[in-house]
Design a binder for this molecule. Structure first.
Ligand code: 2E4
Ligand code: SF4
Length: 330
């Protein structure tokens, strides 16, 4: 068994999940959450049991109630709709997504055509594109590049969703640059550290694995990318599962070495269940394949921190309170 590290929770997910937990503790249920706080079935089910109410949009939240915006971010139109309903908002948008929003706003102000590499319909892409819809067009894949047209080929910049495959994105950029030689790069990487680290780790173990199991939900972009990256890097087979019970025993036929990893929205307990399943079938010899260590941590959303102040006493620093669903980032 080859176990990828880093895997699982990133700093943005930990912050978002803890924000909902703290909101439930502090204000009491129900706490409304617009969209899934992160794209993981287990996280959403667990928080629902504790009193979180997940809605598709702000018009489903009672006037004046409290709503948390998910880690994937929201467009200005969503913020305005929330204000119009007098909602108390807690913004759990990952700071690294907010960074991309700021880039979009700045390049739109400078009147660039902005090519947002990402997947149409994904919440993060809707939020980022909503910052400057008249300046932004979404480029889904390298094959989309042929269809792209801009006003001035010398005033074009690319930015991206945070959870894409690094290799595929670089191929899209290469083709865009063939078409627009003066294409500008974003000021810093938009594909975040956590996405990159998880891809590097799975790439390292994939060539030695007959099978790579990726724990993560079907709508989790970064988790789905890990399956693609594993196959691309030489894994003989790779499957995504939400939980151990979804493993098909036939996948293990003729398999000597199994690799395991998990997406950024996946609690470690789900990985441990997979390890237990595999150990019971003879894959109990676990070797960690670590390619980086992570210690980044984001402070909780400002609105929540302000309300929690005075409740969390001086002897109990915030770190001590950061335990989400009994799981820590790897
Ligand atoms: C916000 C931004 O974007 P993806 O579908 O991978 O989201 P998921 O909730 O699975 O992962 C956390 C996350 C949240 C990643 N980027
Ligand atoms: Fe933030 Fe990256 Fe985690 Fe997304 S994957 S929540 S951008 S740290």
């Amino acid at each position: 068994m080859l176990l990828a590290a880093p895997r699982g929770y990133c700093a943005g997910v930990d912050r978002a999940v803890v924000a909902v937990e703290k909101a439930l503790e502090h204000y009491g249920a129900p706490v409304y959450v617009r969209k899934e706080i992160v794209h993981n079935k287990h996280v959403v089910a667990t928080l629902s049991e504790r009193g979180a109410v997940f809605v598709d949009d702000t018009d489903e939240v009672p006037e004046g109630a409290r709503v948390v915006f998910s880690a994937h971010g929201v467009s200005p139109a969503v913020r305005e709709a929330a204000t119009a309903r007098r909602l108390e908002t807690i913004d759990a948008t990952c700071p690294l997504v907010t960074k991309v929003h700021r880039e979009a706003v700045r390049f739109a102000r400078d009147d660039f055509d902005i090519l947002l590499i990402g997947h149409t319909g994904h919440e993060e892409v809707e939020g980022t594109a909503g910052e400057a819809p008249e300046h932004i067009q979404v480029v889904n894949s390298p094959d989309d590049v042929d269809q792209v047209t801009v006003r001035d080929p010398d005033k074009v910049v690319w930015i991206s969703q945070t959870t894409l495959s690094v290799d595929e994105t670089m191929e899209t950029v290469r083709r865009l640059r063939e078409k627009f030689p003066t294409l500008q790069d974003p000021p810093s990487d938009d594909i975040c550290y956590a996405t990159q680290n998880r891809q590097v780790a799975v790439k390292k173990l994939a060539p030695d694995a007959d099978l790579v199991i990726v724990v993560g939900s079907a709508n989790s972009s970064n988790s789905v990318r890990l399956v693609e990256v594993a196959l691309e890097a030489g894994a003989r087979a790779s499957h995504r599962i939400d939980r151990a019970a979804e493993i098909d025993p036939a996948w293990l036929d003729g398999v000597t070495t199994v690799g395991v990893t998990s997406g950024a929205s996946v609690p470690e307990i789900l990985v441990q269940d997979v390890l237990a399943y595999l150990a019971a079938r003879g894959y109990g010899d676990v070797e960690e394949v670590r390619t980086a260590t992570e210690d980044l941590m984001f402070s909780l959303p400002r609105e929540l921190r302000a309300d929690l102040e005075g409740v969390e006493t001086a002897g109990r620093p915030e770190r001590g309170g950061r335990r989400s669903l009994g799981v820590q980032p790897s």
